[in-house]
Structure formats: structure tokens, C-alpha cells
Design a protein around this ligand. Sequence first.
Ligand code: HEC
Length: 341
Amino acid sequence: MTQRRKKYWYLFFLALPVATLIVGLMLQPEEQPALTDGFDPSVPAPLYLQQALVAVLNGDRLEAIHEVDHFMFFARERDAARAEVIMTLLEEENLEQAAEQLVSMIGPSAAFLTTITADTVEHGREVFVNNGCGACHGENAEGTDIAPALPGHTIEQVKRQVRAPVGNMPVFTNEQISNSELDALTAYIVTLQGSHVHPGVDVRDQMMRHYWLFFGAIAEGDIDEAIHHIEKVGTFVSGQHLDRVEEILATLEAGDVDTAVMLVGNALAGVDPPNEPRSDLYLRQTLAALNNRDIEEAIFEINNFIELSSGQQRADGETVRDLLENDLLEDASIILTNMLR
Ligand code: HEC
């Protein structure tokens, strides 16, 4: 990777104050089959790492080994080597260092897991009850006819769904659930026992990447690109979340960029930014758009990648663009997949 940006450039925007938002319900977006064979960037690999970390923190070394083993099955090449190191640490019964390595692989969002106590989980349970999550998800998050069971979700899945939901679920702002309450709530959910493993759902990842790329575009002063990403978020959501997206768009179109940034910052309060460089986010958006057969969007995203890149990465990006322009979609998909490995 030639041009790695500072990883946490988005954090600045997230430290913004609160705005009040509106109530409503949402519909489920359609999920598209993947075009890529074998390697699927939306597999729930992070979930295995997270479950390994929870197991390590519970002192359950064998369960941790089991989870890391699963992870290695799905992991991209560059992650597999790090997972090997963790495996060795687990085999040597060095749980403390294994936990450290797991946190660094999952990203800073996982650090709070290492601070979980019985009190945190109990507090999280109260946040769950007081906000009526159980009304839809069941008293013990076991799932109902209207909403899924909650064991087996990643930290990211929980946080983003609370703040920026897809499907038929209301938005919970940080006035309703503060960022520290969100941490406790997340701790409660990710430590729930249960066999349900949530599949990686690429549409949600795609929606969130558009939000993060919005901040990148703003940081570069590219308002048109920023508008593009928010418009795309709007294609994934409905109800309350869509109302908010429309408000953000109206502010952007009126030229009030500061307010738009504040609104998005509020909307994502307490949600951790991705643990990967912006150029990779563009590659993932290109691949996702290609899987959805939205070639115009794929070309838009690869052009953004090319602008950020140099050397071999840039050359590969240009190859992908040529292939897309000539409708050689399979070939484009293979190169993109390799670029993400
Ligand atoms: C009005 C009903 C309702 C309430 C209240 C509700 N949810 Fe949900 N929730 C849903 C539905 C429906 C889905 C499935 C959305 C989909 O997959 O389209 C969902 C999905 C989720 C998911 C899975 C997200 C994913 O990426 O798969 C999590 C986590 C979640 N809810 C947590 C919560 C928490 C925490 C609360 C309370 C703060 C809560 N929900 C309150 C209806 C609700």
C-alpha cells in the first residue's frame, strides 16, 4: 500500500456535539449475491477475532484457539500471518499478550472489551432494558418474530445499528444512549452466550463505508464527492434514518458544510471508524458496486482510489478502470479481490 493516510482522521469529526432527531421505521434493503468466487470480503472474519478475544478474557483458551482457527480459514493473506502469531501465544498459554494482539488486530474499538467487568455487563443490560430493545429483540435478546437474536454480532454491527440502523429499527441518538452507555450496551450484547453467528452483510458495510468516505471527501474539500456518499447512504436506509440523511443532504446542498459535518458526526457518535486506510475503503466500494452490477458507481469509486494512489497500486487501479469501462467485469473483480488481499 503506497499511500496510507493517518488512520484516525475521522475521529475529529466524531467528537462533535449532539443534535436531536426524529422517529420512524425502516424497511429491509435488498441483498445482492456476490460475484467473487471463494474470497468474499464480507465474511464475518472480525466476528471470530472478537469471539476469540471474549474467550481469552474469560480465560477459555481452547475456545479462543477454536475461534482463531475459524478466522484463519477466512482471513486475507496479510491477516493470516498475524493470526498465526496469536495462535502461538495461545498455545504457549500467554493469554495476556494474545489479548493485546487481538485488540490490535480488531482495532481500538476492541480495547473497551478488555475493561469489561460484571458491572459493565449489568449496566449494559440496564441500557438494553431501559431503551426497550427487548420489546423487539426479546427480553434476553433471544430474538422474536420481528427482530433477530443478538448473540453473535460484532462490536461494529451493534454500534452502527444503534446509531445508523438498517431495517425496521428506530435510531437511538447519543441523547438517548450516551457513548459510554453504548459501550456498556455493546459489552452486554457481545458477551451474550448463544450459537447464532450473524453472517457478514455487505450492504451494511457498504452503507457505513459511504459515511466514512464522506468525512474523507470533506477533509479534501470535495463537496460533490461528499454529496455522492450521503446520497448513497440514502439508498440503503428508510424511515427515521432516511429522514436524517435527507436533512444532511439538504444542508450540504445549501452549502452549509459545517452543519452537515456536525449532523453526520452526531449520527455516528460512539461508532468506531474502520481500522483500515481510506484507499482500501474505495476498493471495497468498487468491488461492492461491481457485485451489485452498478458499473457507474464502481468507476466513480475506483477513480477516487486512483486519485489517492501511486506506483503499482495506481497502475492496478487504472487497469481495473479500463476493465470496467470495457465491461470485463469478471477480470475487474479478480484484480480487485487480489488488491484487497
Ligand atoms: C422497533 C423494533 C426494534 C427495536 C426497539 C430495536 N430493534 Fe434492533 N433490530 C430490529 C430489526 C427489525 C432488526 C433487523 C434489521 C434488518 O436486518 O433489516 C434489528 C437489528 C438489530 C441488530 C443487528 C444489526 C446487524 O447489523 O445485523 C442489532 C445489533 C440490534 N438490532 C440492536 C438493538 C439494540 C441494542 C436496541 C435497543 C437500543 C434495538 N436493537 C432496538 C428492531 C428493533
